[in-house]
Design a protein around this ligand. Structure first.
Ligand code: SF4
Length: 63
């Protein structure tokens, strides 16, 4: 099975920064105050924790 890739649906992100606190190796705020996945460099569990912390559910796995 192909590795899952995580990405942020930027138009939906409200810029709360929670994901960057839960999983700072992967998520970073860009200049527009939106989060993006700068790497995929963490465990699936930690990334999933960030996904679960997002109040607007805009962090998404892509197969
Ligand atoms: S937790 Fe969700 S809404 Fe908050 S910054 Fe991250 S992607 Fe954006």
């Amino acid at each position: 099975m192909a590795k899952k890739i995580v990405y942020v649906d930027e138009p939906t992100c409200i810029g709360c920064t929670l994901c960057t606190q839960v999983c700072p190796k992967v998520f970073e705020m860009n200049d527009d105050g939106k989060s993006y996945a700068k790497t995929q460099d963490d465990t699936e569990e930690n990334i999933q924790q960030a996904i679960d912390s997002c109040p607007v559910n805009c962090i998404i796995w892509k197969q």
